[in-house]
Design a protein around this ligand. Sequence first.
Ligand SMILES: [Zn+2]
Ligand SMILES: [Zn+2]
Length: 275
Amino acid sequence: MSSFSSSFSRFVRELLAPPGEVCLTCGSKTKLVREWPGICRRCAEAIPWIMRPRCLYCGRGIGCPDCLRPDARQRSFIMNRSAVRYDEVMREWLAQYKYRGHERYASLIVQMLGQAFVRMQQEITYLQQHPGTRRGELWRPDLITYVPVSEARLAERGFNQAQVFAEGLGRLHRLPVAELLMRSMHTEKQSFKTRLERIQSMRNAFECIPENFRIYEMGGSGIDHAAPGRARILIIDDIYTTGGTINACAEAIRQYARQKVGADPEIYSLTWARS
Ligand SMILES: [Zn+2]
Ligand SMILES: [Zn+2]
């Protein structure tokens, strides 16, 4: 079926169905699950969760040659975790939101991120018994931030999906969200570059926004609650591919914090999908 006729038949089904009883993702008229906004049992069961990462570093569900490369050992973030594998279905869900502006996907994706966040909290609490974490208390970041998009991309799309996800997660878990970063130059589309080219072009692609950083220097709701110099910052993005983007963001934050605040925060990342 062509995508026009499938979206047309979905449209017709939506017209005929009682409200709230059509699955957002497959379009079938059926009972929706309670755990995930807008989707049916069959779609919920097909979500390719990464329940147990094989790679403890980047959170991949399968064996991971990437993290064994020498350059991976110099990464500036502690770990990444992702909610799902980026399979065909997840690719379609994200595209529905990101490129077609189908807003109901945002709350679905945010809920999914929320669940992955809880798993991440449990895992880190178990793995490191962080010095700043008292016994019986779950690990928490002091601050959430997100990967920025370029001005051009923002103008074209109207929103930054990473920001929407970060703010949604912040609301779900009552964590402060701050826009710490901006793109320092327009980075071209990544799709046609080799792995090495991507990593190189990502270096220096981000810089910190001084005004927004200053809020946290002065206190308020963020970094001042952490152990001195070891604030924990969680970066949110939609997809983790090589880790180059997250690493460049982490580097920019740490460099800025070292120079301006005299602190070296711990950087973690959580992305919706791991490609
Ligand atoms: Zn469905
Ligand atoms: Zn890995």
